[in-house]
Design a protein around this ligand. Sequence first.
Ligand code: TLP
Length: 343
Amino acid sequence: MIDLRSDTVTKPTPAMREAMARAEVGDDIYGEDPTVNRLQEVGAALVGKRAALFVPSGTLGNQLSLRAQAEPGREVIVDGQSHIVRYEQGAAAALAGVQLHWVTGTQGIVTAEQVEAAIRPNDPYSIRTALICIENTHNAGGGTVYPLSTIQAIRAVATAHGLPMHLDGARLFNAVAASGVSAAEYAQHFETVTFCLSKGLGAPAGSLIATDDPGLMERLRRFRRMYGGAMRQSGILAAAGLYALEHHRARLREDHINAKRLAARLQQIPAVTIDPTLVETNILFFDVDSKKYSVTSFVAALKQEGVLINAVGRNTCRAVTHLDVSADDIELAADRIARLLNG
Ligand code: TLP
């Protein structure tokens, strides 16, 4: 099976499993897991922050960052296609008690002017803005890389209004691989930064939240416990994360080449609409307009051919490249898609 549904589907490699099996562990709620401590140090250093906190998922990383920086009844500015809006089960409202103020981005990217316009005035009636969130790379935007200059401009607005910023960097290292901008250069503009170890980096679970602020770190730690995300001998998972950071960052470029290759092949198929110039990293969206198939029946037929992709809209499919798909797999997947849609 060639699984292009997400970069979350990767399986730990034998060497990663070996590292997990060898991991030294302790009780992390006592701060005594040496492997978790090491991962937190390495992760913080990679994004140029003083400290990082290991959490089970990217969703929890985002939610703790929201909860720790926005009190219930306040408002958080996000783009309307963000993971926080679309895929976190309403947790911002249900758990943090905050209201999300959506801004409409282009391929997920919002401008400083849009953010500034969304900040509420300081009057006795208006809800108060607490936090600005952005996502880099932007998943639903098509794996888009946030231009550093846009982030800098949004930061200037945030600073002028005394607002903190959170970066959902689930795929931050894809942005780094595509742009050449370092993770620390991106991260310096945010009070909190989350990044996932379990997407293109290939660990089975885990994300880190990084910050410079010790008081904020203490709040994140308390809320992690409240939300049920504090773990015990989680060094076994942290070892996989360390292995992923050390061995799988550099190869993310291969995933981007594979995604571009797939986009170029798909563009040859008359029933497919795709703009390959929009494919910047490892995520691609394309539309299928076929007399024979609806999007769901196409996805089902493709599964019979041994290729998994996601239907994400009435005409739209998403494919994601990752370390468990090779360049040959991409050619095979493209052949099978072409056979179905051209047949
Ligand atoms: N994204 C998943 C699904 O949840 C949609 C995927 O297959 O792409 N931020 C961003 C930008 C993400 O794309 C994801 C996961 C998360 C956060 C959440 O990470 P997890 O799944 O670890 O909670």
